[in-house]
Design a protein around this ligand. Structure first.
Ligand code: ZN
Length: 342
């Protein structure tokens, strides 16, 4: 005999109706993933025939320029519209010369990508931490530095000297064919400085995607990949404190005022509040960077059998999009599209 409920809920609205079957769930789903959502990160380095695995990022490699073509063809075949490019220079120095050299690793890599597929958008990360011997994102106030100013704190990042370098490097990357310059150093005035350099340097067609970047411990594996760990101190004098929301909102508004075409929130999952704010309060496209630590921890737990790699990866990407991302930079991009059968 069937158990009889004693409480007869007289419900007009039963939200569970819309979750009953797979096809019903498909029909009412608000957020889905498609190739259009993704940007794939690439790490370029000098040499020939190099494909160096990054230990803490399973499936991710540092590639020499000659190996980029095959990678680019795979990315384009999956329908991914854009890559974001990071370079590992041959030599590091106090001002990161290779970032603004025309034969630097990034300009060379951009040309190789564009030779293979002129339509694939190239976003060029614009920062100095990979190029400076101290691993900071610009010129640092130390006595061995020609810009040393004893009136300023030691170790202070020289904001405005750094802007000069960002302008030069942006022109070098744009000259090589970058479609989007992505300043990531949280240097005050970077967007305005780069916009002005591009506009005065025959590159008004090049867009700017500005990072809103927290000083996060989730970047650990990236620093292996890009060989960019700071040699002293940390980046908290310029990147956002994870305890702060209003400062993120202020940075978003400032960068838009300065001319940013796209705003990117980084890391993604810990900062969905900033992403959602961006989507609800501004009209520029919103990007989110699912960073190396977000990728590595899902992989690490999956390797131990603690999490289901595919389901957790797709869930986190879906939720990043649901929070407001128009585009997601993710190391999972290629795999996600294969899983989705897109
Ligand atoms: Zn940096």
């Amino acid at each position: 005999m069937a158990y009889e409920a004693t409480w007869h809920a007289n419900l007009k609205v039963r939200p569970r109706r819309l979750r009953l079957s797979q096809n019903m769930r498909r029909l009412v789903r608000e957020t889905g993933l498609s190739p259009d959502d993704f940007i794939y990160p690439l790490f370029a380095r000098h040499g020939q025939g190099v494909k160096l695995p990054v230990e803490s990022l399973p499936g991710i490699y540092q590639l020499s320029v000659d190996n980029l073509a095959a990678e680019v063809r795979e990315i384009a075949a999956l329908g991914i519209p854009a890559v974001i490019l990071f370079g590992i220079p041959e030599h590091k120095d106090w001002r990161g010369r290779e970032n603004f050299a025309e034969d630097g690793i990034v300009p060379r890599a951009i040309r190789a990508i564009k030779d293979t597929d002129p339509d694939l958008l190239v976003i060029s990360d614009m920062c100095f931490c990979q190029y400076t011997h101290h691993g900071h994102c610009g010129i640092i106030n130390t006595p061995d530095n020609p810009h040393y100013d004893p009136a300023l704190p030691r170790g202070y990042l020289h904001n405005d000297h750094t802007l000069d370098l960002l302008q030069q490097a942006s022109l070098a990357h744009a000259g090589a064919g970058a479609d989007i310059i992505a300043p990531s150093g949280m240097i005050d005035g970077a967007v305005a400085a780069i916009r002005s350099a591009l506009d005065n340097g025959s590159a008004q067609h090049v867009s700017i995607m500005s990072y809103i970047k927290y000083a996060s411990a989730f970047y650990g594996p990236f620093r292996d990949a890009a060989e960019s760990a700071p040699q002293f101190g940390d980046r908290r004098q310029y990147q956002l404190d994870p305890g702060n929301q209003r400062q993120a909102f202020k940075e978003i508004a400032l960068d838009i005022e300065e001319g940013a075409d796209i705003i990117m929130i980084k890391p993604a999952l810990p900062n969905l509040d900033a992403l959602s704010h961006l989507r609800r309060n501004h009209t520029v496209p919103a990007a989110a960077y699912q960073v190396s630590g977000e990728y590595a921890m899902i992989h690490a737990a999956a390797q131990r059998g603690w999490l289901d790699l595919e389901r957790v990866a797709l869930e986190s990407l879906t939720c990043i999009k649901r929070a407001g991302a128009d585009m997601i930079i993710s190391y999972f991009a290629k795999e996600a599209l294969k899983w989705l059968g897109a």
